[in-house]
Design a protein around this ligand. Structure first.
Ligand SMILES: [Zn+2]
Length: 494
């Protein structure tokens, strides 16, 4: 029975693959605009990391016309890809309605069970297709376009930066007085935010919005020590409180008043201490500059939390096409960063850039390689980062601007020997592996109550996602070689 149910889902996928169209989007893959000898290598460059492109961009020789053609191609390719996956989501929706219609007919117990499994899996596939179309695909193309901008503009930007360094003009930039970190005033009245932060935490807990905290002392002490070290070398004037949340989301956020939340997924994703230091320093910068306070002047905490609880409820009951459903479905908890009001977190385009700059300064001032921040961004801009780190990207400034401004700040900072990794980081990773294993075991408990998988004994829904080494084109089958029949399923189950 189980095999049949799954086969039916797979067969439905194959049928859907044949149908393209709708929504006024492009229905055919765009033609390659450049000769293969230019197109292929340029496409390869766009798969490279930002860090590498900063190094090699001045040596690359693509003409303006070639870069413009590629930009147009990417635009069309994205349109096609989103259209294709959107269409897929629509088909799932129709399929779902058909299954639900069938529920009205008399059926044996076994038949009904199968139908429930079909509904469950189709719902899961539909939500995942929506996640891809609404967020993962746009983010992946946005990164490519930013890398194209980098190839085009970085050589000129680099010259300007070098001139500014040579002339000493760089010292006049905003927050250029890095020797005064901790003594200058980035924002006065930080202590006034403590109550705001405490109220937000209390209300979030009351609304059931706060995932539980990790208690493992090795993990928690490590993160707190690292945070304290950076805070003491920053402009933060209030005590820092760090909580590590047991949630798979790759994210960290700061509530006003020095309350930092680091999610387990972030600790899993960082590759070394300088990357983690970069993210923590960025969050400390939000608190030090009082971004949350500045943005939520008109809102009250309770109205924000009420709104967040409402959004979360809609996500959990699957009432709205939302990326949060993906989390609810897969992890039993949605991306917290998605439901919280960005004003509360101090996230805006302008403040993000300021937090990047200050954060890079704080990481550097604490003895870390300030490039850790860019390296982590690079990691998030690849494969699984798109999906598990959705909140990381939402409403952030254009990637090219963000990366260039970060790189510029790094170049303006006096060079010093810098820490990339430590033994303590490796120890934390080992302790974290135990915490993760426990959490995963709990998450896969067969009788674990969940709003979204009410039918026990169904095969697990296929997971659609970017996989290691796979390109976004694989998801929408843009690569001609991917259109071959043996790759018949564009959305591959893990
Ligand atoms: Zn931020």
């Amino acid at each position: 029975m189980r095999v049949q149910a799954l086969t039916a889902v797979l067969a439905a996928e194959l049928v859907l693959l044949a149908s393209i169209g709708g929504c006024g989007r492009r229905t055919t893959p765009p033609a390659t605009p450049l000769t293969p000898t230019v197109f292929q290598p340029l496409r390869q460059e766009l798969n490279k990391s930002y860090a590498e492109l900063f190094r090699i961009a001045p040596t690359l020789e693509y003409s303006q016309a070639q870069i413009d053609s590629m930009r147009e191609y990417l635009k069309q390719a994205e349109d096609f890809c989103i259209g294709r996956v959107d269409d897929r989501a629509d088909q799932y929706e129709k399929q779902l309605a058909a299954y639900q219609e069938k529920l009205r007919e008399p059926a044996t117990n076994g038949g009904r069970h199968n139908l429930h499994c079909e509904i469950q899996n189709t719902r899961a596939m539909m939500n995942q297709a929506k996640v891809l179309a609404q967020t993962a695909i746009p983010v992946s193309y946005e990164n490519r376009k930013a890398k194209l901008d980098l190839i085009q503009n970085w050589p000129t930007d680099l010259k300007t930066i070098k001139q500014q360094i040579a002339s000493g003009a760089y010292r006049d930039r905003r927050w250029g007085n890095v020797e005064d970190i901790g003594f200058r005033e980035v924002a006065s009245g930080q202590e006034d935010d403590i109550k705001t932060g405490q109220d937000a935490i209390r209300d979030m807990k009351a609304a059931g919005l706060m995932p539980r905290a990790i208690e493992d002392p090795e993990v928690v002490n490590y993160v707190r020590n690292l945070g304290a070290r950076i805070a003491s070398r920053s402009d933060l004037q209030v005590p820092l409180h760090i909580t590590v949340l047991n949630s798979q989301e790759i994210n960290a956020f700061a509530l006003p008043g020095g309350y930092l939340f680091i999610e387990r997924g972030l600790l899993e994703a960082v590759e070394n201490e300088s990357q983690l230091a970069g993210v923590i320093a960025h969050e400390i910068a939000h608190a030090a500059a009082r971004h949350g306070h500045k943005l939520m002047v008109r809102a009250t905490i309770s109205s924000i939390i009420y709104q967040a609880a409402e959004v979360a409820a809609i996500m959990l009951t699957g009432g709205v096409a939302s990326i949060g459903i993906y989390y609810a479905m897969q992890y039993g908890f949605f991306g917290l960063g998605l439901v919280l009001n960005l004003n509360l977190l101090g996230v805006s385009r302008e403040y993000e850039l300021e937090a990047d700059q200050l954060g890079i300064q704080y990481a550097w001032n604490s003895g870390y390689d300030p490039s850790g921040f860019i390296n982590f961004f690079d990691k998030m801009a690849s494969k699984e980062g798109y999906v598990r780190g959705i909140s990381w990207f939402h409403s952030h400034p254009p990637f090219y601007q963000r990366m260039v401004e970060a790189q510029r700040e790094i170049m303006f900072l006096p060079a010093r020997p810098a820490i990339t990794n430590t033994r303590e980081f490796q120890q934390m990773k080992r302790a974290l592996a135990r915490v993760t294993a426990e959490a995963r075991a709990e998450e896969s408990e067969p009788n674990r109550p969940s709003l979204l998988s009410p039918e026990p004994g169904c095969p697990p829904p296929p997971i659609i996602s970017f996989q290691d080494q796979r390109q976004v084109e694989d998801v929408c089958q843009l690569n001609p070689e991917q259109l071959a029949p043996r790759h018949g399923r564009s959305l591959r189950a893990d």
